[in-house]
Design a protein. Structure first.
Length: 289
């Protein structure tokens, strides 16, 4: 697992942060899954590489992870480390295929017509990761799958709000065109990093959609699976706190530095999640009206 762990440590992402609450075997398994997700995402985002070449590379990743799922001999080092995890937790190739379809969407489009179209993207790049992750975490109630879908969409919509400027720098606008039209915000304004009352109203509306998915996740998580979902719940808390911070800052997302939680804030959330696990708390710390 050395390669996967190195990729995970290097990323310093909020997702990798949540692994700290897992026992060692599951933490290593999640590092292998995260490394796969990170690698295919990096392929899609490598703008110095021609699109046709990136498409071919993603096709190679798809074929190679299929080999891992079929217990053949994958060629890519990350997939070789992932194969025992796939076998142990019975991870589905269909989910890996759907995830790759999600990152491939970034090759073909940089605008989304409406919320349903954006939700397809969020499902593929975030909810699918959740569905794979809960197999590693372990669960008893099938409702956990709905929980993973809702929470994934909430986290991805929060990411989209935070990253409006870096996405615009790459010519991408994930905020749906139908929503831009509803609030009178043009694509050109976003590409020029222009803030306005109209943009604030647009962002607040998108935050409302994110909050709805946080609330659905909070309501859907089965009580009997709450302890096993401790890492997912930590992720929910981290991104909910990030969303609240964006709201407090009135969605000033065009500044060069994206809004982030500082180390003290993250450590406090980890401590609270750990205490919840120890004492069997039934409360989710997100999605509160």
């Amino acid at each position: 697992m050395q390669i996967s762990q190195r990729i995970t440590r290097k990323s310093a992402s909020n997702l990798a942060l949540a692994f700290v609450l897992l026992p060692k075997a599951k933490r290593q398994s999640m590092a292998a899954l995260y490394a796969f997700c990170r690698e295919v995402d990096d392929v899609a985002d490598s703008e110095s590489t021609p699109i046709d070449q990136r498409r071919a590379q993603l096709a190679a990743w798809r074929d190679d992870v299929r080999a891992a799922c079929e217990q053949r001999n994958p060629q890519l080092p990350v997939n070789r480390e992932l194969m025992p995890v796939i076998n142990r937790y019975h991870l589905s190739f269909a989910h890996f295929d759907e995830l790759i379809k999600g990152v491939e969407m970034d090759l073909d489009q940089n605008r989304y017509a409406d919320l349903p179209a954006l939700e397809v993207y969020c499902y593929r790049v975030a909810s699918i990761v959740g569905l794979l992750s809960i197999e590693i975490f372990g669960y008893r109630n099938p409702a956990c799958r709905d929980y993973a879908v809702y929470l994934g969409k909430a986290l991805q919509l929060t990411n989209i709000l935070r990253d409006v400027r870096p996405d615009a720098e790459r010519g991408r606008i994930y905020l749906p065109l139908s929503e831009l039209g509803c609030f009178g915000v043009s694509s050109e304004e976003i590409l020029r990093f222009e803030s306005s009352t109209r943009f604030y109203n647009l962002a607040d509306s998108m935050a409302h959609h994110a909050r709805r998915f946080y609330q659905l996740a909070r309501q859907t998580l089965p009580l009997e699976d709450r302890r096993s979902m401790v890492s997912a719940e930590l992720m929910g808390s981290v991104y909910w706190r990030l969303l609240r911070k964006l709201e407090t800052r009135q969605f000033q997302v065009f500044q060069p530095a994206p809004t982030r939680l500082n180390t003290v804030q993250k450590l406090a959330l980890i401590l609270r999640a750990w205490l919840d696990f120890i004492f069997g708390s039934r409360a989710s710390h997100y999605g509160v009206p």
